[in-house]
Design a binder for this molecule. Structure first.
Ligand code: NAD
Length: 488
């Protein structure tokens, strides 16, 4: 079978590919601004049918208790994605503007492989735990802890790493025994819709277990956070939207799992290789045009070497030209949309208004009049109180901030409403480690270590989220816990 979703994708409801109640809407290639094709535009009734199907599959089939079926289904989906990986790669580059080199990692092949972790975890998990016999209140009792699926999961995802985020919800939610309604971002419908095609064609996953509703209307996704038939919402996106999801979920006391924004710091200690560290920070901030929630976008450097640090960062970032994502050498492609490009540009304008200056970049590249490109930009001359140092920009933008020693660097890193990730570079590993220990964030890279992997939980402190995705912790987010006490 060839993938059809990369022309005109459908909704996937109760095991069937179906049209959307609102017709179709165009999908745009962010690198060329060309219309690639269309996606089904689901409406409120489609969403209601999808929730109904997921509810029925959970309540009336053995999906939640048939671990063998679930493990098989997840592995079949993984294998089908691998079989179609080249088509998926083309689709991902076209729809997301994702650079080719990232599709062999977190943009595609990484998360597909991570489905193995989900299947293996379900296969080997201790679903019941014997607490032994005790006599609370004098009554001899055998106690057991049972872990079971939460129920119907509504998954709402953004556009920046669609496969990674869709699969990091779908994989563990299914492995744990839930059924799911996935509502992807309006800008990246195909990366989600294709899962419906592959599930229908290549897996034993029963109808209703997975439902996918693409829509151009954010309000259709919002229904998942208020509908009483949904037990849990698993959301990744901006902190503002996360707040709305949490508030809407309160009415039915939904379990709410949130992966939100970030403004992570890259700390360079005064014993570090300054040029190497700043160059690494600049490269990271340019990847996928800075559209990564955990990218370190504040470069915090020793005050005495501030100018040198700015120069090193600008030398790397100024040399990275935004380009065609299909080119194997491209690291910085376009941002997702015209709206997003305008938003990034407005932050660049704000940096100047706030008294900053550009050490490189600062706007649209002169040689690209089509495509939603922004030059990798280094902002200098501001401290951590500037809005460009506090708010998430989600573009290839790095703000360089001076620190006065380790204590001050830690203070600056933690002086943020967010707490998603961080990096520490220093020659003395013990000192770098002790700085890392004091960061109020969910993941830290010390001297280039990589925290991203299937078995490592990912998520944020403070306004970066609630809960963890991936790893055993990410699997257990999708479980309830029941104590069974039997008098003996
Ligand atoms: P967004 O918040 O605008 O949209 C995310 C999703 O929410 C989309 O599917 C959208 O249709 C839906 N949505 C919008 N309004 C809604 C509402 N009221 N109720 C329910 N759903 C609604 O985010 P975005 O612009 O698509 O993505 C970028 C953001 O995502 C950034 O802030 C980034 O940091 C964040 N992000 C976080 C992580 C993480 O793991 N922490 C990962 C990737 C992206």
């Amino acid at each position: 079978m060839a993938i059809a979703a990369d022309k005109n994708s459908d909704l996937f409801i109760d095991g069937k590919l179906v049209p959307g109640g609102n017709g179709r809407y165009p999908t745009i290639n962010p690198a060329t601004e060309e219309v690639l094709g269309t996606a089904a535009d689901g409406d409120a009734e489609d969403m209601s049918r999808a929730i109904d199907a997921a509810r029925r599959a959970f309540d009336t089939t053995d999906w939640s208790t048939n671990t063998e079926l679930r493990v098989r289904g997840i592995r079949q989906l993984r294998d089908a994605m691998k079989e179609h990986v080249e088509e998926l790669r083309e689709m991902t580059m076209a729809e997301v503007g994702a650079p080719r080199m990232l599709t062999s990692a977190a943009q595609l092949e990484g998360p597909v492989e991570d489905l193995s972790f989900c299947a293996d975890t379900a296969e080997n998990y201790s679903w019941r735990q014997d607490l032994g016999v005790a006599a609370p209140m004098g009554i001899k009792t055998q106690r057991t802890i049972a872990r079971e699926a939460v129920g119907v999961v509504g998954a709402i995802t953004p556009w920046n790493f669609p496969h990674q985020i869709n699969l990091a919800k779908l994989g563990p939610a299914l492995a744990a025994g839930n059924t799911i309604v996935l509502k992807p971002a309006p800008d990246t419908p195909w990366c989600a819709a294709v899962l419906g095609e592959l599930i229908a064609e290549h897996t034993d996953i029963p109808p209703g277990v997975v439902n996918i509703v693409t829509s151009n209307d954010h309000a259709v996704g919002a229904l998942l956070s208020s509908d009483p038939r949904v037990d849990m919402v698993s959301f990744t996106g901006s902190t503002n939207t996360g707040r709305a999801v949490m508030a809407a979920g309160a009415a039915t006391i939904k379990k709410v799992f949130l992966e939100l924004g970030g403004k992570s710091a890259f700390l360079v200690l005064d014993d570090a290789d300054l040029a190497g560290a700043c160059s690494m920070a600049a490269f990271t901030a340019s990847m996928h045009a800075g559209q990564g929630c955990a990218i370190t976008t504040r470069l915090v450097v020793p005050r005495a070497r501030y100018d040198e640090a700015v120069e090193a960062a600008a030398a790397t970032m100024g040399g990275i030209k935004p380009g065609d994502p299909t080119n194997p050498g491209t690291i910085c492609g376009p941002v997702i949309s015209e709206r997003q490009r305008d938003r990034v540009q407005s932050y660049l304008d704000l940096a100047i208004t706030e008294g900053g200056r550009f050490a490189c970049g600062g706007g649209r590249p002169a040689d690209r009049d089509t495509g939603f490109f922004i030059e990798p930009t280094v902002i200098a001359g501001l401290d951590n109180s500037a809005r460009v140092a506090r708010e998430e920009i989600f573009g290839p933008v790095l703000t360089v901030i001076a620190h006065d020693g380790d204590e001050d660097a830690i203070r600056i890193a933690n002086d943020s409403p967010y707490g998603l990730s961080g990096t520490v570079f220093g020659a003395d590993p013990d000192r770098a480690q002790s700085v890392a220990d004091r960061l109020r964030v969910g993941t830290v890279n010390v001297n280039g270590g990589v925290w991203y992997s299937a078995d490592a939980p990912f998520g944020g402190y403070k306004q970066s989220g609630v809960g963890r995705e991936m790893g055993l912790a990410g699997f257990e987010e999708y479980l309830e816990l029941k104590v069974i006490a039997t008098a003996v």
